[in-house]
Ligand binder design. Structure first.
Ligand code: ADP
Length: 441
């Protein structure tokens, strides 16, 4: 190789460089391996004729050994990443992909270059693309992790469900210089989930029919006992009816759950008076219970737009949770305030509260806090999930602030401007201005 190089430089006069070249030397009585950077430079006489080649060697053994170690380590991690069942990508701080593990390439049937170009976005299901992009921008702005269930197209053009978790990595100044995306296939879980949802829907549907008959018989029985003047038995039947009512509500929740999951929960949207609806719902809840006193504080507000029955369902759910989870207290406080962005409702109890790790999770489907105290309360863990899905339809927010053992405050905020500008003012005035602005009732 040396001779070839020397001849080439000698003939062309062009300098050549070679880096970290291993060379064996017999030194200090034994063969030793050293690494050199070389420069081969043509030597010329005054007539500009090449007369020889200068070879300048610079020993870089420690640097070369370090580079070899880095390379070996990179190789090991690449192998590790390729053998993992998850699909992995790395991007720079702005989201440009520079690494995919082998699983991605095998799954997508694309080359790294194709994926890098725009292939990654082409693999996403069109229904989830916008959400992914807006959630990625949000994660980049806040520096939070992104977690999303989404579909990617495999090499046979089938969409397969995955869970994607993108985590930002920061440099010493706090700037995000890299994102690591780990995507795990969850198709089987999704299919099982669908079967479970179908079962729930079927079971709750079947339960509803006999329950409606029992409810009817109870009412007839109660009337008969009133006529007979049998107050003792009548009181038992009234209590029975209440339990049936509760069972009915659970079944409705289960049916709503299924409808939300399949995106077919019907919404009948219109303008409604926020405070009036809260007042009515509080009154209904109060008639059904004697264990707690619901205190109501209203701030004059404005109408909001959405499905009023569904909103009443959310309020009733928050109140019934407040009652359920404060068994040793008697006060519940329901407050409405007029905020800049919209109308706000808060439902406060002074009961068992929620500890910090569960604060976000209570809105997930079937999530129930599993501490010994919490698990003594009956429930399915879907009420808050349904509520949060309904509030999402309002483009509003539902959140909780709570301290364990001191009670919880659930907040709902419904924006004013879902359908455009709403004039400030009293309820009646606003309705007029809305009709004018929208040009149709
Ligand atoms: P359920 O009450 O039927 O279990 P929810 O979806 O309404 O289901 O609530 C989910 C979980 O959140 C409950 O199981 C409970 O652990 C917790 N939770 C809800 N509301 C409260 C509250 N006001 N105080 C304390 N914990 C609550």
């Amino acid at each position: 190789e040396f001779i070839n190089l020397l001849e080439k430089v000698y003939e062309t006069g062009e300098s050549t460089f070679s880096y970290e070249i291993p060379m064996q030397f017999f030194k200090e009585g034994k063969m030793q391996l050293r690494y050199y950077n070389f420069v081969y430079q043509a030597q010329k006489n005054l007539k500009d004729e090449i007369t020889g080649v200068a070879v300048i060697a610079n020993e870089v053994t420690s640097q070369a050994l370090l580079n070899l170690a880095v390379k070996a380590s990179e190789e090991r991690f690449r192998m590790l990443s390729d053998l993992m069942p998850a699909k992995i990508i790395c991007t720079n701080g702005s989201g440009d992909i520079y690494y995919h593990n082998k699983n991605w390439l095998d799954f997508a049937g694309m080359t790294l270059a194709e994926i890098k170009l725009d292939g990654f976005y082409k693999l996403m299901h069109p229904d989830e693309l916008d959400e992914y992009q807006s959630r990625f921008s949000e994660a980049a702005a806040t520096g939070n992790n992104l977690e999303m269930e989404m579909r990617f197209m495999n090499r046979t053009s089938e969409y397969i469900w995955h869970l994607t978790l993108a985590t930002p990595v920061r440099d010493s100044t706090g700037k995000i210089f890299m994102w690591i995306g780990v995507t795990t296939e969850i198709q089987k879980i999704k299919e099982e989930e669908r079967l479970k949802d179908n079962f729930i829907a079927l079971a709750s549907h079947e339960l509803r029919t006999p329950l409606t008959s029992i409810k009817g018989f109870c009412q007839v029985l109660e009337l008969m006992l009133v006529e007979k003047g049998d107050k003792g038995t009548q009181a038992i039947v009234v209590r029975m009816s209440r339990q049936i009512e509760k069972l009915g509500m659970l079944i409705v929740d289960l049916l709503d759950f299924k409808k939300i999951k399949t995106g077919i929960l019907p919404y009948y949207e219109d303008w409604f008076d926020f405070n009036e609806l809260v007042t009515e719902t509080v009154a209904d809840s109060q008639t059904a219970i004697s264990s707690h006193q619901i205190e109501l504080q209203l701030e004059p507000g404005e109408p909001v737009f959405g499905d009023k029955q569904r909103f009443a369902q959310v309020v009733a759910n928050l109140i019934s949770n407040a009652i359920k989870y404060s068994p040793n207290e008697t006060r519940i406080m329901v407050t409405t305030t007029r905020q800049k962005q919209g109308m706000q409702l808060s439902v406060a109890d002074f009961g068992i509260g929620i500890s910090a790790p569960s604060l976000q999770k209570v809105f997930e489907e079937f999530y129930r806090i599993s501490t010994p105290l919490q698990s003594t309360f009956p429930g399915l863990g879907i009420g808050l999930y349904i509520s949060s899905e309904i509030i999402k339809r309002f483009k509003g927010r539902l959140w909780v602030e709570s301290t364990a053992d001191h009670g919880s405050v659930f907040f709902v905020q419904i924006p004013f401007d879902k359908r455009g500008v709403v004039e400030k003012g009293e309820f009646g005035e606003s309705v007029d201005s809305i009709l004018l602005l929208d040009d149709q009732p």
